[in-house]
Design a protein around this ligand. Structure first.
Ligand SMILES: [Mg+2]
Length: 315
């Protein structure tokens, strides 16, 4: 079973949703109208053996990631996080001290983003560690940016550098991107504040640029072309490419867990960096065709399909 098929099953019930649901399933966060405003909400899960390795990854980084993954979804909507709740399924032999460390880290991480952890639940079982976090957010003066607004003629941008998120670097020491990333909340809100730079559609890169941009295209009814030589390649992607023998751009498009922003916007209006983070045009939105949602133009001018790149969660 593929994740997209399972999610499509959920989305098909959208017609029956009450009018109070202002952002239905299918985006980085859903939203409901509450007391004259809107509350956005996301839930995400991290599991030992899937999103982290409890035998080698520090607990501090695991707890941080459980929270920052959700905060990255708030960034994808240009929303301001307001509160979080967390639930843990702990292995029976996990121990009280480690459980406290885990919740302390989630608490401190949430606080750092002015998003207090206001509740939680713990159960014990004889399986591996699972952490589930829900983050609530508010528009706070900025209309949420959806996945469905990409227009033909838009440029496609990404923040930061992509690929190789799983490997640990020596510089900075012990940096592993999929555990240590910074949710791009401030950058998203700065972009969305001005009409000239407001993204038409946006997503955070959890499953790889190829797959996540395809989700924008799917929701917007368009296709996209990426330029392989424009995609910003991380040092980690370069190292990973040398090990795998694959081109570095393939790692940048397919490794996943970058937690950078991908957005479409009017060309020529976006600064090349915000808060010291590079913002790079990597392609364009084109008319929908019967071909692949996202194709890549290679350095020799030929096009490659992106099928098979990206991270599918449901096996
Ligand atoms: Mg997301």
């Amino acid at each position: 079973m593929r994740e997209l098929e399972l999610l499509s099953h959920i989305y098909r019930s959208n017609a029956a949703l009450p009018v109070g649901v202002s952002i239905p399933p299918g985006d980085d966060m859903g939203a409901v109208k509450v007391g004259g405003g809107a509350v956005l909400v996301t839930v995400d899960q991290v599991a030992d053996g899937v999103h982290f390795d409890l035998s080698t990854d520090p607990l501090e980084k695991i707890g941080r990631k459980a929270m920052t993954r959700n905060l990255s979804d708030a960034a994808a909507m240009a929303a301001r996080p307001v509160a979080a709740v967390a639930a843990a399924c702990l292995p029976k032999d996990f121990g009280e001290d480690r459980a406290k460390t885990l919740f302390d880290v989630m608490h401190a991480t949430a606080d750092r983003f002015n998003c207090p952890l206001i509740g939680g639940d713990i159960s014990m079982w004889d399986q591996r560690l699972i952490l589930t976090v829900t983050v609530f957010a508010e528009p706070d003066g900025i209309d949420p940016v959806l996945r469905s607004g990409a227009k033909v003629g838009d440029a496609v941008y990404v923040t930061g550098k992509l690929g190789g998120s799983l490997i640990t670097l020596e510089d900075p020491p012990d940096y592993t991107h999929h555990l240590d990333f910074t949710p791009r909340i401030d950058i998203a809100r700065k972009l969305a504040t001005s009409i000239a730079t407001r993204p038409h559609a946006m997503i955070d890169l959890s499953d790889g640029l190829a797959l996540d941009l395809a989700r924008i295209c799917e929701q917007s009814g368009v296709c996209a072309e990426l330029d392989s030589d424009k995609v910003p390649i991380s040092t980690a992607a370069d190292i990973t490419a040398k090990r795998s023998g694959q081109p570095a751009w393939q790692h940048a498009l397919g490794d996943g867990e970058d937690y950078e922003l991908c957005f479409t916007a009017q060309p020529g209006m976006i600064p090349d960096q915000i808060d010291g983070v590079p913002v790079t045009p990597v392609g364009r939105i084109v008319e929908a065709t019967t071909g692949p949602r996202v194709s890549v133009r290679l350095a020799d001018g030929t096009f490659a399909d992106t099928a098979g790149l990206g991270w599918e969660h449901v096996g």
